[in-house]
Design a protein around this ligand. Structure first.
Ligand code: HEM
Length: 318
């Protein structure tokens, strides 16, 4: 067998690589000799992945519900990976920022356009039955969804809108700010006004993680990176506005549409959510959750998500 210059060159480079770490190249070559070829199924852990769908009932549509949540969490992980790269970059420029924000927007847009798998792709009768077997679990407890929000903006923009103005004059205090985060209002029991079990479980599992992330992302989040870039390129502003719309209007609205489809018509079915005040909480026009208020006009803020909800409710009541 001929040892071509390419092979000799690569062996030389490998030797340098292993020498630098005090490692013996020949031993690593032996390892190559004995190791198996990689397969597709091992690389992506396919058997494990396909073993993770464990319905709690016999209704076949429950598997759709489980898998679509899993797909969504994987997209969330891809989004968080981009958020980390943007915020941890030590020498970020406009081009990198725009490219990575475009990736994030693409992921969110996929999630929004595929959400009809939930809205139209499951049998309502089955849903209302198997959903009861899943209480008090809720997508509300998605930790990654909340981490994306903490990465996205200055924490003040996640504080409940009723106390946000008052907090604007205060020094950042992660514990105090997180105590007043907007989403606590979505997990209040209709009957008693107390925290739901869904919220209590969620806080037990994630509150510390959120607190640490809030501290780490104070003045080092996507918004602060954007402001530091001080870009005059209109595309930079555009990707930010698109992100704000994707996370705070478009996705919440398709999601809200599914809640309306399955839970709206019969008030008794509201129980299927763990008894929360979701009708008052979920619509973006009530939450007015806006990551980048300075990038919108007063009129745009005033009418946040309004037109879409009115149209959807009209369509559903036809
Ligand atoms: C038929 C499908 C769905 C219905 C009917 C539905 C219903 C609801 C309801 C009623 C809430 C309010 C909290 C509660 O009462 O539990 C909620 C919150 C939430 N759900 Fe879903 N959901 C569906 C699918 C999904 C999917 C696929 C995800 C993806 C992870 C998801 C993620 C969330 C999140 C992140 C929240 C909190 C939203 C916020 O705080 O603004 N949901 N959902």
């Amino acid at each position: 067998m001929e040892l071509t210059p390419e092979i000799i060159d690569r062996i030389q480079k490998l030797k340098e690589k292993y020498d630098a770490m005090g490692q013996d190249l020949v031993s690593y070559l032996d390892g190559l000799l004995y190791s198996e070829y990689l397969t597709y199924w091992d690389y992506i852990h396919l058997d494990t992945l396909l073993s993770l769908q464990n319905p709690r009932t016999d209704f076949p549509d429950e598997k759709i519900f489980i898998m679509y949540h899993q797909v969504t969490e994987l997209y969330f992980k891809m989004i968080l990976s981009e958020c980390e790269q943007i915020c941890n970059h030590t020498d970020i420029n406009e081009k990198f920022f725009i490219e990575r924000m475009t990736r994030i927007n693409r992921y969110f847009e996929h999630l929004t356009s595929s959400f009809d798998i939930m809205v139209d792709g499951m049998d309502r009768e089955q849903f209302l039955k198997y959903r009861m077997a899943l209480l008090p679990a809720s997508g509300f407890q998605s930790g990654q969804y909340r981490m994306i929000e903490i990465f996205a903006t200055d924490f003040i923009n996640l504080v409940d809108k009723d106390v946000r103005e008052q907090f604007k004059n205060e020094k950042f205090d992660a514990e105090k700010f997180i105590e007043n985060i907007y989403w606590k209002h979505g997990a209040t029991e209709l009957s008693t006004g107390k925290k739901t079990l869904t919220l209590r479980q969620f806080e037990d599992k994630y509150l510390k993680t959120f607190l640490n992330l809030a501290i780490a992302r104070h003045e080092n989040n996507i918004y602060s990176v954007y402001k530091k870039l001080n870009s005059s390129n209109p595309t930079a502003k555009e990707v930010m506005r698109r992100f704000d719309t994707n996370v705070n209007v478009n996705w919440p609205l398709v999601h809200y549409k599914s809640a309306v489809r399955y839970l709206h018509k019969d008030p008794a079915d509201i129980k299927a959510t763990g008894g929360t005040n979701w009708q008052k909480y979920l619509p973006p026009r009530f939450q007015k959750r806006i990551f980048y208020p300075e990038l919108w006009t007063n009129d745009e803020i005033e009418n946040w998500g309004k037109a879409w909800v009115e149209q959807t409710l009209k369509d559903l009541n036809k």
